[in-house]
Design a protein around this ligand. Structure first.
Ligand SMILES: C[S@@+](CC[C@H](N)C(=O)[O-])C[C@H]1O[C@@H](n2cnc3c(N)ncnc32)[C@H](O)[C@@H]1O
Length: 393
C-alpha cells in the first residue's frame, strides 16, 4: 500500500471508531476486508490510528471527524506541499484538501489551546492537575507518545547481558533501562520479539519497566496471593525475584488463561484459586490487589480509554477498588502485608484510596507508597502496602 492508501485506510477505521466501534475491532474489521494489506501495512495503519487517538484533542482542531484527525496526523512535521501530495485524491489517496482545510493547516501557529494540548476530556485534565500539579501538562504530553517496548529478564533463566546477546542473535536490539534492574528497552525490531529464542525459552517476558520496578518494591514473603492476577504479569515478576509459594486469583477466570503458558515458559509455579479456595488456602503473608482502574498511567498503550471513560464509570471504579481491598484484607495473615497497585496517575485512585481504607478499617497502617510517573519512561503506576496491628481487629 502507498502512504496515501494507508491514510485512507486509517480514515476508514477511525470512521467506524467514531460511530461507536472499539478501535481494535474496527482495525480487525478493516484487515478482514483488506486481504491485500500485508503485515507492514496493517502495522502502519494501526500506528496512524493510535497516534490519532493519543492526540485526538489537538488533532480535532479542524473538527472531530476521521478525515480531520488523519489530516492533522499527516501534517505533523510535513510541508503543505507534502500534505497535498498525500491528500491528492488519486488512486487510493484521500480526496484533495478543501480551501477551509488548507487554510486551517496553513495557520502559522495552529490554534492549539492549552486544553486541547492535554489531549483528554476536560474533567480528566482537571483530575490530572489536582493529582500531579505542575507536572500535569508534561505528563499529559508524555501520554501522547508511543509507548516503548520493555522486556523483563527472568533472572532465574539468565542475566540481563545474556538476554541482550540472545535477543541480538535474533535481530532484536535491546538495552538496559534504569527503572528496574530486570528491565530492557527494545530499540530495534520489537516485532521480532515473540519469535526470538530469548522469549520462546522464557529468558525474557514482555512487561512495562515501571511495572517491574513496582514488583521489586514488594516485600519478600513465604506465601503470596495475587488477588487480581489477570494475565499474571505481577505474580510472575514477583516469583522470579522471590522464593515464595505463589497463588493467583481473578474474578474473571478468563483473564487467567495466559498465566499457565507464561508460568511454564518462565519455569515458575503458580496455583490459581477461586474465591472460595482463597479463603480455604488462606491466610497469605502478602496479598497484592492490582485493582481495575482508569488505566490513565497506560494511556500511551490504550489511548481509547481516556475518551471512553465517563465520570460515572470512574466513580464506580473507586467503589470497586475499595470493595476489593475490603475483601482482600481478610485473606492477610497476622503480621502480613496487604499491597495495593494501580496503573493510574490519579490521586483519587491512589493515595486517597489508601487513606480512606486506613480510616475505615482500624489498625491498618500504610508502611510504604510510591508513584511511578510516565515522565520516568515507563507507564504511570502506584504501589502502596499496609500492615495491620491485630490488636485493633
Ligand atoms: C489491572 S488488571 C490486573 C493486571 C495483572 N495484575 C497483570 O499484572 O497483568 C485488574 C484485574 O482485576 C480483576 N478484577 C476485577 N474485579 C475483581 C474482584 N472483585 N476480585 C478479583 N479480581 C477482580 C479484573 O478481571 C482484572 O483482570
Amino acid at each position: 500500500m502507498t502512504p496515501s492508501a494507508r491514510l485512507s485506510a486509517a480514515i476508514e477505521v477511525l470512521d467506524q471508531y467514531l460511530s461507536g466501534t472499539a478501535a481494535e475491532k474496527a482495525l480487525t474489521n478493516w484487515a478482514r476486508r483488506s486481504r491485500f494489506a500485508g503485515s507492514k501495512d496493517r502495522a502502519a495503519v494501526r500506528d496512524i490510528v493510535f497516534d490519532c487517538l493519543r492526540k485526538r484533542g489537538e488533532y480535532a482542531r479542524l473538527g472531530l471527524t476521521a478525515r480531520a484527525l488523519v489530516l492533522c496526523h499527516a501534517a505533523q512535521g510535513a510541508s503543505s506541499d507534502e500534505v497535498k501530495d498525500v491528500f491528492s485524491g488519486e488512486g487510493h489517496a484521500p480526496g484533495p484538501l478543501s480551501a477551509e482545510e488548507a487554510a486551517g493547516l496553513n495557520e502559522v501557529e495552529p490554534e492549539i489551546s492549552r486544553d486541547m494540548a492535554f489531549n483528554m476530556p476536560d474533567w480528566l485534565a482537571r483530575e490530572l492537575k489536582v493529582s500531579v500539579g505542575d507536572d500535569a501538562l508534561a505528563v499529559a504530553k508524555a501520554l501522547t507518545d508511543r509507548a516503548a517496548v520493555f522486556l523483563r529478564v527472568n533472572l532465574s533463566r539468565g542475566t540481563r547481558e545474556q538476554a541482550i546477546a540472545s535477543l541480538a542473535a535474533d535481530g532484536v536490539i535491546a538495552q538496559p533501562h534504569e527503572l528496574a534492574s530486570t528491565a530492557l528497552q527494545v530499540i530495534e525490531n520489537p516485532r521480532k520479539v515473540a519469535a526470538s529464542g530469548a522469549y520462546q525459552n522464557g529468558l525474557v517476558e514482555l512487561q512495562d519497566a515501571a511495572s517491574q520496578a513496582l514488583c521489586a518494591e514488594l516485600p519478600p514473603v513465604g506465601r503470596m496471593l495475587d488477588y487480581c492476577a489477570g494475565g499474571g504479569g505481577k505474580v510472575l515478576a514477583y516469583g522470579d525475584r522471590n522464593d515464595a509459594q505463589l497463588f493467583a486469583h481473578d474474578l474473571n477466570t478468563q483473564r487467567l488463561r495466559d498465566l499457565g503458558p507464561r508460568a511454564k515458559r518462565a519455569g515458575v509455579k503458580v496455583q490459581t484459586l477461586t474465591k472460595e479456595q482463597c479463603r480455604a488456602k488462606g491466610p497469605f503473608d502478602l496479598v497484592l490487589c492490582d485493582v481495575p482502574c482508569s488505566g490513565s498511567g497506560a494511556w500511551r498503550r490504550s489511548p481509547e480509554g481516556k475518551w471512553s471513560l465517563s465520570e460515572a464509570a470512574f466513580e464506580e471504579l473507586l467503589a470497586v477498588q475499595q470493595a476489593i481491598l475490603g475483601e482482600a484484607k481478610d485473606l492477610v495473615a497476622d503480621g502480613g502485608v496487604l499491597a495495593y497497585a494501580t496503573c493510574s496517575v490519579f490521586s483519587r485512585e491512589n493515595e486517597t484510596q489508601i487513606a480512606r481504607f486506613c480510616t475505615d478499617h482500624g489498625g491498618w497502617r500504610c508502611e510504604f507508597e510510591r508513584r511511578f510517573s510516565p515522565l520516568e519512561g515507563g507507564d504511570g503506576f502506584y504501589i502502596a502496602y499496609l500492615t495491620n496491628d491485630r490488636s485493633f481487629k
